[in-house]
Design a protein around this ligand. Structure first.
Ligand code: HEC
Ligand code: HEC
Ligand code: HEC
Ligand code: HEC
Ligand code: HEC
Ligand code: HEC
Length: 368
């Protein structure tokens, strides 16, 4: 949990309390996971993670030379780190440099692998070149684009990777896209930061998913449970959150996933059957802005009405029905390649991926 120590000791307490709350809510999950010493270790790569970019030394000729080249890259990275970064982030990357001591948001402890390792190189590149505000974090660290070229930034990243504990594993980075997709929300709230990097469980914020029809969007109050302390000052986006809180107004989030009024979709039954969020929503933890690879498809719906099943794009009737047929025949395992997807613990005791399901195919179950 020491990855939460950065903002302040008090923030650690808040976040610890939050996690205890989450644990208390899900005893079976807690029992399963408490044996694991490091919460970061529970993170599992989901689906096909694209091969992480190789260290910059890879553009050198292969063979014995490349090992030397990689060493030289790290040496240059280390030197530039000492020159440009250590004043704030500290000599060993612990976030304890003198230049950061009085900042409202403490410089990241770059050695905390649990927080740093999921972030892909291009994400760190953006932070260093354009400043952390480019990903929603604080503007208290300046952009380094004028001083440092792309290659130099890559070398610094290669060096920073060596500081991480547990060690950086390029196969476990999040597939964050280089270009942001999806709706621009009133506050730039990043699932990459909250769930991908800080690993706050989905159901901590979307608590309705397992017990009601709607998964629910967290209230301003829920956000403030952390943000009265975490980045309370020095972050423009978090200031917007505070403004809503001060006005006692809800945040006008835009809806992304939605079925028409005449359709009933109950989250509860799906979560109880052991489906993970990612099976239907995609890898939200890798999305800076939530988006859906979906859309309504009338042709698809008509074909389903005519009993010509086609696996439809998500949220179409074809998609619902196709999955229902599959789980009834083969169980949830037929549709869910990654039962251990990130943030999905706690899966309920009712989750048995091999059990044949009784998902409805009759019209009235989905249309009242
Ligand atoms: C003036 C002090 C300062 C300097 C100099 C500085 N940083 Fe930062 N850095 C910060 C602060 C403060 C944050 C925290 C931003 C936040 O969490 O909102 C940060 C955050 C970061 C992050 C984001 C980590 C995360 O939370 O995902 C990275 C990566 C980073 N710095 C790398 C560097 C590198 C590399 C350099 C040198 C090229 C550098 N920083 C120089 C102050 C500084
Ligand atoms: C369990 C604690 C927790 C909760 C709850 C929480 N956050 Fe955060 N949030 C964090 C942490 C930790 C960071 C990283 C702070 C940093 O590095 O400076 C963060 C960063 C942010 C940032 C800056 C990075 C980004 O995502 O753009 C924004 C904006 C933000 N939170 C908004 C929200 C909103 C809105 C809510 C409610 C929907 C919320 N947070 C709920 C812990 C929390
Ligand atoms: C710190 C709180 C927080 C956590 C943790 C969190 N979310 Fe969210 N989520 C939000 C907020 C706030 C929104 C609305 C803004 C947006 O779309 O980004 C949202 C939006 C969504 C949406 C889109 C809702 C719509 O409008 O259709 C989905 C789907 C979603 N989250 C799934 C997840 C999944 C899956 C996880 C875990 C991997 C997760 N969330 C973790 C706060 C959170
Ligand atoms: C079987 C597919 C499926 C699964 C699994 C699933 N969702 Fe959804 N989700 C949907 C559909 C469909 C909608 C649109 C519902 C509507 O418009 O009423 C939706 C809507 C949402 C929304 C929008 C707001 C709301 O309250 O409905 C959020 C947030 C959300 N899901 C989060 C989650 C989270 C978190 C999980 C995992 C715990 C999850 N979902 C699992 C299909 C799924
Ligand atoms: C990825 C697979 C999957 C998708 C996609 C899916 N479902 Fe389901 N659905 C299930 C499973 C599994 C169950 C639980 C069956 C059981 O409990 O035996 C279920 C159950 C239901 C139920 C029954 C609830 C009850 O009261 O018993 C309804 C209604 C439903 N789904 C509607 C929908 C709708 C509407 C959509 C599309 C918007 C949808 N489902 C998409 C897998 C899916
Ligand atoms: C598993 C859930 C489910 C079942 C079962 C189901 N539907 Fe649907 N249906 C949907 C969803 C979701 C949509 C909305 C699709 C969209 O927005 O593209 C829909 C859309 C429709 C539409 C509108 C199509 C259009 O193109 O506008 C009609 C008509 C319809 N359904 C009729 C039926 C009939 C008749 C049955 C029984 C044979 C049935 N549905 C069974 C989920 C279901």
């Amino acid at each position: 949990m020491d990855r939460f120590l950065r903002p302040s000791g008090a923030a650690y307490f808040v976040v610890a309390a939050v996690f205890i709350g989450v644990l208390a809510g899900f005893p079976s999950w807690a029992a399963k996971n408490s044996a694991k010493a490091n919460p970061g270790a529970t993170q599992v790569a989901v689906a096909a993670v694209p091969a992480a970019p190789k260290p910059p030394a890879a553009d050198q000729p292969a063979g014995a030379n490349s090992a030397t080249a990689h060493k030289e890259t790290l040496a240059r990275g280390k030197q530039m780190y000492a020159q440009y970064c250590a004043s704030c982030h500290g000599d060993a990357g612990k976030g304890d440099g003198p230049g950061g001591a009085n900042l409202a948001v403490k410089p990241q402890d770059l050695s905390v692998g649990a927080v740093m390792n999921p972030l892909p190189d291009q994400f760190l590149h953006r932070i260093i070149a354009d400043g952390p505000q480019s990903v929603g974090l604080s503007a208290l660290m300046p952009p380094f684009r004028p001083q440092l070229g792309d290659r130099q930034i890559s070398e610094i990243i290669a060096y920073i990777r060596t500081l991480a504990q547990p060690a950086y594993d390029p196969t476990k980075v999040l597939p964050v896209t280089a270009t942001r997709e999806g709706l621009v929300q009133p506050i730039f709230f990043s699932h990459v930061i909250h769930t991908g990097s800080y690993q706050i469980a989905c159901q901590y914020c979307h608590a309705g998913a397992r017990r009601s029809s709607d998964a629910g969007i967290p209230s301003v109050e829920k956000c403030m449970g952390c943000h009265k302390i975490v980045a309370a000052q020095g972050n423009e986006q978090v200031q917007k959150l505070h403004a809503y809180w001060n006005k006692q107004e809800p945040i006008p989030w835009l809806r992304v996933f939605r079925v028409p009024e005449y359709v009933q979709f109950p989250h509860k039954n799906h979560i109880q059957a052991g489906l993970v969020c990612q099976t239907c929503h995609g890898r939200i933890e890798a999305m800076e802005q939530v988006h859906a690879t979906t859309g309504q498809n009338h042709l698809n719906d008509l074909m389903n009405l005519a009993a010509m099943p086609v696996p439809g794009p998500k949220l179409t009737m074809g998609w619902c029905v196709e999955c229902h047929r599959a789980v009834n025949e083969k169980g949830v395992q037929a549709v869910q390649p990654t039962p251990d997807a990130w943030g999905t613990a706690p899966r309920p005791a009712t989750a048995d991926d091999t059990k044949k399901r009784k998902a409805p195919l009759e019209c009235v179950a989905c249309h009242h």
